[in-house]
Write a protein of this length. Structure first.
Length: 315
């Protein structure tokens, strides 16, 4: 009974001012544009306000739909051109598009629904063949919201001063990866947890993954799977020099301090695929981000079902 009351509250909030959604998508992909047109038709018929990225508006040659507000990258949730907060964001594409959408939304507390036009779609779970039904449930309030934890990266120079602006977004929904710069050199990665030495890795790199990211890069290099609700982070070395070095799961409340040395005096750091070359004079501090990404769940999609259907679990 309490669950129904929650849904009714969502309906009331959505319709005391017209619902507004923001749509993200890769404007260079034909299938994405097709699905965005379909969503626009559906939302227009329902009287839903829609905001589009500038790229989508230009590619679709649409002038009647406003774009994201100019202060989209600000610290506060923006009021859009309709004068109301944004209720939902739709990420139309694959998991990469979802990560881009999550980075753009940041800490604005806007729930995201992923529409899958990609391959596996662990984050973008909604399939396009059931899209109308899913959108109807969304505007009717028949959904749940699942918070997903992120990791936050701080880059420090050799004096210990924080260097800002070196990566596009310092927060990772999937993983922060430390990667070698050259083709042949190995990295030496001194890793401390809460100030205590864990290990000095000699490897091609190190992936620090969230539970959400456990099915991404982490899985491909032999790391363990975690259910998204887990309160942990995974450290998985890439091609470690010692066979006794294995992935480890630690509490996400713990903090990592990492120093890297390399023959090339540089290395790569990647935050959800957004890469930047850094000097070995720069060290890394990684901890849990101060906010979560709100993922909209509709229907019978679940992590366990995804393991069976998308990873062929047990077959």
């Amino acid at each position: 009974m309490q669950k129904k009351q929650y849904f009714c509250t969502q309906i009331y909030i959505a319709y005391c001012g017209p619902m507004t959604i923001a749509i993200f998508g890769n404007a260079m992909k034909t299938q994405t544009l097709t699905e965005v047109r379909h969503i626009l038709d559906f939302m227009t018929e329902k009287g839903i306000h829609v905001l589009l990225s500038q790229e989508l508006r230009q590619e679709l040659n649409l002038r009647e739909y406003p774009g994201f507000p100019e202060n989209w990258d600000g610290d506060q949730q923006p009021e859009n051109v309709y004068g109301e907060p944004i209720d939902f964001a739709l990420s139309v594409g694959g998991d990469g598009t979802f990560l881009t959408s999550a980075a753009a939304i940041g800490d604005k507390n806007i729930p995201i629904l992923g529409v899958n036009c990609g391959h596996l779609g662990f984050l973008a779970e909604v399939q396009t063949d059931d899209l109308d039904n899913i959108l109807q449930k969304l505007i009717a309030g028949e959904y749940t919201i699942e918070p997903r934890r992120l990791l936050s990266l701080t880059i420090l120079d050799k004096e210990g001063n924080v260097r800002e602006g070196l990566v596009m977004s310092p927060n990772a929904l999937n993983e922060i990866a430390i990667l070698k710069q050259g083709l042949t050199n190995m990295l030496t990665i001194e890793t401390k947890i809460n100030g205590e030495l864990l290990h000095t890795y000699h490897s091609d790199g190190l992936v620090i993954a969230t539970p959400t990211g456990s099915t991404a890069y982490n899985l491909s290099i032999g790391g363990p799977l975690l259910v998204p609700q887990s309160r942990g982070m995974i450290l998985t070395p890439i091609a470690p020099h010692s066979l006794t070095v294995r992935p480890i799961v630690i509490l996400d409340e713990w903090k990592l301090d990492i120093k890297i040395s390399s023959r090339y005096d540089s290395y790569m750091v990647s935050v959800d695929g957004r890469s930047q070359s850094l000097s070995t004079d720069m060290s890394l501090h990684i901890e849990r981000a101060p906010y979560t990404v709100k993922v909209v769940q509709i229907g019978d999609n679940s992590f366990l079902k995804s393991l069976r259907t998308k990873l062929n679990w047990g077959k």
